[in-house]
Ligand binder design. Structure first.
Ligand code: 5RP
Ligand code: FE2
Length: 216
């Protein structure tokens, strides 16, 4: 029911293959890959060649979070690199419906991310067409930031919106999530938990993943 997606943004970039194996062996459900272009967010991370190089290092599904402008231009490259889920930011898409359909045409899952200050109303006419909503719980661009408290209310509102419309769409949360605040986040309705620092900086990765799944 609850799935945990460690973000490799907090991994050792000089030792990614081993750090991915560590979270796979510790019971992670998905691998979260943060793609940053220095335009949509003030930071640059990795691109398709690195994603492709990591593809045969793990069996975990690749959950690719695109924090880039003009994501349409790069969907083919990330699908070829091995993405199983592609998430685009609503704020970065002029024609969100077209972008979602171009992801789905590749036979993979499509998700929409919202920055903390973006209203849920932008999802109104796209909710039926997507597999997951990613609610950013920090301003995107960096790992290791603090969870924005008002996002718990946003998670709850999205969960109510989905229940009222009888839609089954995953609610993913990303940013500042740890074993201290996980309970309120899951109670509010989130079911796919991204965690970078909490997982990679922990002494016992398996115990941390289990706690984030509320099984610890
Ligand atoms: O999308 C992201 C940042 O834009 C990362 O996925 C997120 O910040 C995870 O890192 P942490 O758990 O350390 O906050
Ligand atoms: Fe992310």
């Amino acid at each position: 029911m609850i799935r945990v997606a460690p973000s490799i943004l907090a991994a050792d970039f000089s030792n990614l293959a081993q750090d991915i194996k560590n979270v796979e062996e510790a019971g992670a459900d998905l691998l979260h890959l943060d793609i940053m272009d220095g335009h949509f967010v003030p930071n640059i991370s990795i691109g398709p060649p690195v994603v492709a190089a990591l593809r045969d290092k793990t069996k975990l599904p690749f959950d690719v979070h695109l924090m880039i402008t003009q994501p349409d231009k790069y969907i083919d490259s990330f699908v070829k690199a091995g993405a199983d889920i592609i998430t685009v930011h609503a704020e970065a898409c002029t024609h969100l419906n077209r972008t979602i359909y171009s992801i789905k045409q590749h036979g993979i899952k499509a998700a929409v991310a919202l920055n903390p200050a973006t209203s849920l109303t932008v999802l109104d006419y796209i909710l039926e067409d997507i597999d997951m909503v990613l609610l950013m719980t920090v301003n995107p661009g960096f790992g290791g930031q603090s969870y924005i408290k008002s996002m718990t209310r946003k998670i709850r509102s999205l969960k109510n919106m989905l229940d009222e419309r009888k839609l089954i769409v995953d609610i993913q949360v990303d940013g500042g999530i740890n074993t201290e605040n996980i309970k309120e986040i899951i109670d509010a309705g989130a079911n796919v938990i991204v965690a970078g620092s909490a997982v990679y900086k922990s002494k016992d990765i398996r115990a941390t993943i289990n706690s984030l799944r509320m099984m610890g």
